[in-house]
Design a protein around this ligand. Structure first.
Ligand SMILES: Nc1nc2c(ncn2[C@@H]2O[C@H](COP(=O)(O)OP(=O)(O)OP(=O)(O)O)[C@@H](O)[C@H]2O)c(=O)[nH]1
Ligand SMILES: [Mg+2]
Length: 190
């Protein structure tokens, strides 16, 4: 994928408002959104990755093949920032999700080692309600055995009616399947 950074935005009214379709990455802070983005595009340091949660606090736009945007959303549920900062961040995320009329698909990342929490559930149910297509990614698959991964994948698929794909940034497992699913989303609107 030919991918270039377009910009970091801290306010909803600053976001690009052209007609290119958008595919967004959402999930809890530290789940691996920026890492997945780098792997998919083959750029090592396109999106900033950090072992400290709360790295991505803005909405970041990347243009892929000048055909669509990848949108790296701020992670939710990170406790160690001030309450005002967290509120601002949550509002930005909600505003984006509610108003982005060029959003054609949402990639929801879930950490394979952790339980699905209230915020994850809210997001997944909201997608169903909006009939927004997407995929769930079970991240950090290298830290889990095959049984655990399969159980997680089945749980997500049956609870939320969404295809789920395990992914590991270390081994690259799942990458081709995710790329394929993304191009399917883009093709569906063309
Ligand atoms: N073992 C393993 N570690 C991973 C994987 N993906 C991400 N990580 C690690 O998880 C940490 C968080 O990754 P990020 O990509 O920065 O997570 P993020 O979701 O963008 O986090 P925020 O920007 O804070 O919302 C980093 O230390 C990554 O190296 C994976 O597949 N396997
Ligand atoms: Mg990030």
């Amino acid at each position: 994928m030919n991918c270039r950074f377009v910009g970091s935005f801290y306010r909803y009214d600053q976001l690009p408002n052209d007609t290119l379709p958008q595919i967004a990455f959402a999930g809890r802070s530290n789940v691996g959104k920026s890492t997945l983005l780098n792997k998919l595009t083959g750029h090592k340091r396109l999106a900033k990755v950090s072992s400290t949660p709360g790295k991505t606090r803005s909405i970041n736009f990347y243009s892929v093949n000048d055909e669509f945007y990848f949108v790296d959303l701020p992670g939710y549920g990170y406790a160690r920032v001030s309450r005002t900062e967290r509120a601002r961040w949550g509002r930005l995320l909600e505003q984006y999700l509610e108003s982005a009329n060029r959003l054609i698909g949402l990639i929801v990342l879930l950490d394979g080692r952790r339980e699905i929490n209230e915020r994850d559930r809210e997001l997944l149910e909201w997608m169903g309600h909006k009939e927004l297509p997407g995929i769930a990614i079970v991240t950090k698959a290298d830290k889990l055995n095959r049984d655990k991964i399969n159980r997680k994948v089945k749980e997500i698929e049956s609870d939320f009616g969404l295809p789920a794909v395990p992914f590991s940034a270390l081994t690259g497992a799942g990458k081709n399947q995710i790329q394929g699913a993304i191009f399917d989303l883009v093709r569906q609107i063309n």
